[in-house]
Design a binder for this molecule. Structure first.
Ligand code: PEP
Ligand code: MN
Length: 338
């Protein structure tokens, strides 16, 4: 349920109302927009007298929100969420008209590799560095990532370039090790690891939540809701393609999800054309299409030597190829925001 307040309502009047709602065992989410303030009621609202609420002098209208995701819903929070990371000249904003590119290898392999790639993607215009330290591999015999050492190398790469870092967590028990990570990624395979999501909700760290391998948008948003419900508002949704029957591409990039997610939710939407296609030559056209579809950021795999990559070489761009993608994407951004 949401209650839209009349304009000119004072803070004291608003607080009196939220206290009254909370006294009925319902949680309150206040969204103060430029033009209106919306009070979102979360929990069992069956005992709230809608007519009584609507009749209050400071309330303009009351309506029920049918979506099961409340905090993630745009109806609760009409303004776009903007996630901010980094400091000073390395500060990056995502969402609400702020766009950026995140690039780096699938996995961190060595100090030389990550620093070379970090410098190259920065020079090409990336504002953040990605790199997996803990890798969710289908086979237990494949490279599992450098784990803690990989995180240390990412910190070194950040020091060398200033780029904030994005890296995947697979186990809530590792959260302490991730304390200094700028954005924690939850991979597709863990989108419904609800205990992990709850822990991340309590951590307040910016979270990049990737869409599950076969998740509906409702399931995707319900997973975001797990993080938001614990009090962490810094969630970004990442479309990375979904399973289908074709085998020429790794996944099917669902670009209609971008405007649909923007309609349903206020959270920034990031697109990953690398995992979505699995084919390096398809990354550029899909990065362009994702930009035009309204993505708030792109996350792209780049390796200094893709043929020797320990993971996902086939979909990784060289730094030169990434620079071409970045140039084209920037041109398209200026066209669509004009
Ligand atoms: C990744 O980004 O390295 C990754 C494993 O992606 P996904 O979870 O989308 O498969
Ligand atoms: Mn990968």
């Amino acid at each position: 349920m949401i209650a839209v307040l009349k304009s000119g309502v004072t803070k004291a009047q608003r607080e009196k109302l939220t206290q009254w709602i909370e006294s009925q065992n319902v949680r309150v989410h206040v969204s103060e927009g430029e033009f209106q303030t919306i009070i979102g009621l979360i929990g069992d609202t069956s005992r709230i007298d809608m007519d009584l609420l609507s009749s209050l002098e400071i309330v303009e209208k009351v309506s029920r929100v049918s979506e099961p995701f409340k905090s993630a819903s745009r109806r609760f929070h009409p303004d776009d969420t903007v996630v901010e990371v980094g400091e000073g000249e390395n500060k990056v904003k995502i969402g609400g008209g702020n766009f950026c590119m995140i690039a780096g290898p699938c996995s961190v392999e060595s100090e030389e590799q990550i620093i070379t790639v970090a410098k190259a993607v920065k020079a090409a215009g990336a504002r953040m560095l990605r790199g997996g330290a803990f890798k969710p591999r289908t086979s237990p015999y494949d490279f599992q990532g450098l784990r803690g050492e990989g995180l240390e190398l990412l910190f070194k790469a950040r020091k060398a370039t200033g780029l904030p870092i994005v890296t995947e967590i697979m186990n809530a028990a590792h959260l302490d090790m991730f304390a200094d990570v700028d954005i924690i990624q939850v991979g597709a395979r863990n989108m419904q690891n609800f205990e992990l999501l709850k822990e991340l909700g309590r951590s307040k760290k910016p979270i990049l939540l990737k869409r599950g391998l076969a998740a509906t948008l409702k399931e995707f948003l319900m997973s975001a809701e797990y993080i938001l419900a614990e009090g962490n508002p810094n969630v970004m949704l990442c479309e990375r393609g979904i399973r289908s029957f074709d085998t020429y591409t790794r996944n099917v990039l669902d670009l209609a999800s971008v405007p649909m997610l923007h309609e349903l939710s206020h959270l920034p939407v990031v697109v990953d054309p690398s995992h979505a296609t699995g084919v390096a030559r398809l990354v550029k056209p899909m990065a362009c299409a994702a930009t035009v579809s309204g993505a708030d950021a792109l996350i792209i795999e780049v390796h200094n030597n893709p043929t020797c990559a320990l993971c996902d070489g086939a979909q990784s761009l060289t730094p030169e190829q990434f620079a071409e993608v970045a140039e084209r994407v920037n041109e398209l951004r200026t066209l669509i925001t004009r």
